[in-house]
Design a protein around this ligand. Structure first.
Ligand code: ADP
Ligand code: MG
Length: 729
């Protein structure tokens, strides 16, 4: 790229105006869910028998017969044709970074030389895509290439452009899950089945427990012209080089600041599109880093909320392009400033409307809350390394432990109030009622949850798993991740813990104890353990915490391949298989996929880094060096006596540039050699470990490149700089 081209790009980016958007003339309540085949549409488009049958299937898991499927398909077709739909696809979430879809037109021959639109129950329920091109971790051989997608009726069908999208699970010919959705649904069932018997002790009417998810999506926007001039951003999603801008986020002036008009126009467009798809987008704001933003919806049932996150990420990419932006969902697109996460707010609630992770209405309600609260902590303690494994990836590795996001140690933050409540519970008799202060006045013999806690939990940004009043916030999830990885693991761990708790509780009840005493007697040893091990309210970034965590037996590894390995450790296999979420072969296959994905991502980054260094950076540096050399040569003619002192700084610059070029070449060569050595290792885990060393070498190659950016004439620099990428909106 010639330098004048770079300046043209920057100028063009600077002068881009916000697009005029045509906002609908009605409030969101009138178009919300317009493009979703929700219950309202079912009532309108399905006959009475089909409606009853499909609702029984959605709400109670009743099996779906062919007649019902045909009835539903007929109703859907009618609705879809009214929206000018021409195609249909099964929409699924393979083990890649995004969703997958294969569109089929609705046309069939009508027997008279023309075509008609058709859509029946068979095409609704099942499709048979070739599974061999999706990551499967060796679960299927090429000769058994078949995979199946099967409709998930609990997540509504939606329309995108001209296509009817049917959310489906994706499984192999032999029944193993090849996607994120299947294990998520299994984990939702597991945690419900483990919770209900406990809830029934408090309220016999409970028949189901929901897992709720409220994700907060962080992202960056960059101008698409500048993006196109950065091969690293285009290919890897992050900048592999770039000197930090003189001003970045040190003034804290971006967080919650006024939203720039071009970004505001993008956000409005995105929200309208999201609302039409039934995504309850609620919050938008500027984040900490320049050009970084956040979007969060109202939380919902975890399976649907996760589908909506996938849809939203897709919409975000499409809408950004319309506004001349590219949305970066990478966890760390820019060095030296904050990266992006996706906080997963998670909670449980009964089908009778009782939240299980919020204080109750009375002493028994509070006891139920404490029961679930403590068991969640116990699950997180027992499986802290597996939970870390659930969020580990090549891209998230840049964020964890980077003094901006949680450290790579999974601990839980309770806040002062709940810590005090737990400590007190250990000291009072087991039959002490637990009340909320202020509700009933002070009475002797009552353990109080201060009322202030309910609206005002304190915060600790350094904790990966924080209690925030009515939910836990799993903050270590990466911005580009599929939330299902984390939520499935959490649900499975909690399900296992609740089952073992119920067994212990039954023994106490069998001794003739009253319910509250039996619950407290069962909880006390668990509380005593969690409070000393997994609960930590201090500074997660400190070195002392790292040492303390080692002493407490928490997993402190920062190696991504090792984090991934935790999924096939004996306790993880036991937990996942007991909960019925993954079989052992599925766990091994997933690890294989994760290691191979890790290797490929690092490999791609390493290649891009090498090529940019050699083809972009070194030629620019050589050109500038040549200019300096010419200056020195000319000086010899003009100042034959003292040219060396006249050109002192130029000579020094030539030396520095030469040293940087030499360093870059040597380091790139060494990295290429390291890749060659790694590539011949058969075992994916061992190969991934070698690649993690290659990942560590990239910042070392970056150093001399970033130094050159400071030395070389701005006109000659071939890449848009941080100050340009980050301050144009
Ligand atoms: P903050 O940044 O302060 O954590 P946000 O408003 O950005 O808060 O996001 C909070 C998220 O938590 C929202 O998606 C919200 O709907 C969700 N949430 C609130 N209550 C619950 C709950 N009980 N269970 C799950 N998610 C919840
Ligand atoms: Mg939050």
């Amino acid at each position: 790229m010639s330098n004048s081209f770079r300046f043209q790009l920057v100028n063009k980016a600077f002068t881009k105006k916000a697009l005029d958007i045509t906002a609908p003339e009605c409030p969101p309540s009138e178009y919300f869910g317009e493009l979703v085949f929700d219950r309202k549409k079912m009532c309108k488009y399905l006959d009475a028998n089909t409606l009853t049958a499909i609702l029984d299937c959605i709400d109670n898991g009743a099996p779906l017969d062919r007649k019902t499927a045909d009835g539903v398909a007929a109703g859907m077709k009618k609705w879809a044709l009214e929206h000018h739909v021409t195609h249909v696809t099964h929409w699924f979430q393979p083990l890649t970074d995004g969703t997958a879809e294969k569109h089929d037109s609705l046309i069939e021959y009508d027997g008279n030389g023309g075509v008609i639109e058709t859509f029946d129950g068979k095409s609704l329920i099942q499709q048979e895509p070739d599974a061999s091109s999706f990551p499967n971790g060796g679960i299927r051989a090429t000769f058994e290439a078949r995979g199946y997608t099967a409709w998930d009726p609990t997540s509504p069908v939606f329309i995108q452009d001209d296509t009817l999208c049917i959310p489906t699970i994706f499984i192999s010919y032999t029944g193993e899950a090849l996607d994120y959705k299947t294990p998520l649904i299994k984990s939702i069932k597991a945690v419900s089945e483990a919770s209900v018997p406990i809830c029934k002790l408090f309220d016999p009417k409970v028949t189901k427990v929901y897992s709720y998810l409220g994700w907060e999506q962080e992202y960056f926007l960059v101008d698409e012209d500048l993006y196109s001039a950065r091969p690293d951003l285009m290919i890897t999603g992050r900048t592999l080089m770039g000197h930090e801008s003189s001003k970045s986020q040190q003034l804290n002036d971006h967080y919650f600041g006024a939203i720039p008009p071009r970004v505001a126009a993008f956000m409005r467009d995105l929200e309208i599109a999201g609302h039409k798809l039934g995504i309850p987008v609620k919050t938008r704001h500027n984040e900490a880093a320049p050009n970084q933003f956040e979007l969060a919806p109202i939380y919902g049932e975890a399976n649907l909320a996760n589908d909506q996150n996938q849809m939203l990420m897709n919409l975000m990419n499409l809408t950004a392009r319309k506004h001349g932006f590219v949305a970066l969902l990478h966890e760390k697109p820019f060095a030296g400033i904050n990266g992006s996460g996706k906080h997963n707010n998670w909670s449980l609630g009964t089908d009778t409307g009782t939240p299980l992770l919020a204080p109750g209405k009375d002493a028994m309600g509070n006891l139920q809350f404490i029961t679930f609260f403590v068991n969640v902590l116990a699950a997180v303690q027992r499986h802290n390394s597996v939970l870390k494994g659930s969020i580990a990836s090549a891209t998230n590795a840049h964020r964890l432990g980077g003094y901006e996001a949680p450290p790579a140690i999974v601990s839980a933050f309770l806040g002062k109030t709940m810590t005090q409540v737990l400590r007190q519970l250990l000291t009072v008799p087991s039959d002490t009622p637990i009340e909320i202060a202020g509700r009933k006045g002070k009475k002797l013999g009552i353990l109080e949850i201060p009322e202030i806690f309910i609206d005002n939990t304190d915060r600790n940004r350094t904790s990966p798993f924080a209690f925030t009043g009515n939910r836990f916030e799993f903050r270590a999830v990466g911005s580009s991740a599929n939330c299902a990885g984390a939520v499935t693991t959490l649900n499975a761990a909690v399900a296992q813990q609740l089952v073992s708790f119920k067994k212990a509780l039954d023994k106490e009840i069998a001794k003739g104890k009253s319910l509250n005493v039996a619950v407290m007697d069962t909880l006390k040893p668990i509380i005593a353990s969690v409070i000393d091990v997994v609960c930590f309210d201090g500074n997660g970034y400190s070195e002392e915490w790292h040492q303390e965590a080692v002493r407490r037996g928490l997993d402190t590894t920062t190696s991504v391949p090792e984090m991934i390995a935790s999924f096939t450790s004996a306790p993880a296999v036991e937990m996942f298989t007991e909960a019925g979420v993954y079989t052992e072969p599925e766990l091994h296959a997933r690890n294989e996929v994760k290691w191979v994905t890790y290797i490929k991502k690092v490999q791609i980054e390493a290649r891009v880094m090498g090529r940019m260094a050699i083809n972009h950076i070194i030629p620019a540096a050589l050109e500038y060096k040549q200019r300096l050399l010419q200056t020195v040569t000319s000086a010899k003619t003009v100042f034959p006596e003292d040219w060396a002192s006249v050109c002192n700084s130029e000579i020094e610059a030539i030396r520095e540039i030469s040293a940087c070029i030499k360093e870059i070449r040597e380091k790139v060569d060494a990295m290429t050699e390291a890749r060659k050595e790694a590539n011949v290792i058969d075992d994916a885990y061992e190969r991934a470990r070698c690649y993690s060393k290659i990942a560590d070498s990239l910042p070392e190659i970056r150093k001399p490149i970033d130094k050159l950016e400071e030395l070389v004439d701005n006109d000659l620099w071939p890449l848009p700089k941080y100050r340009e990428l980050l301050f144009i909106a």
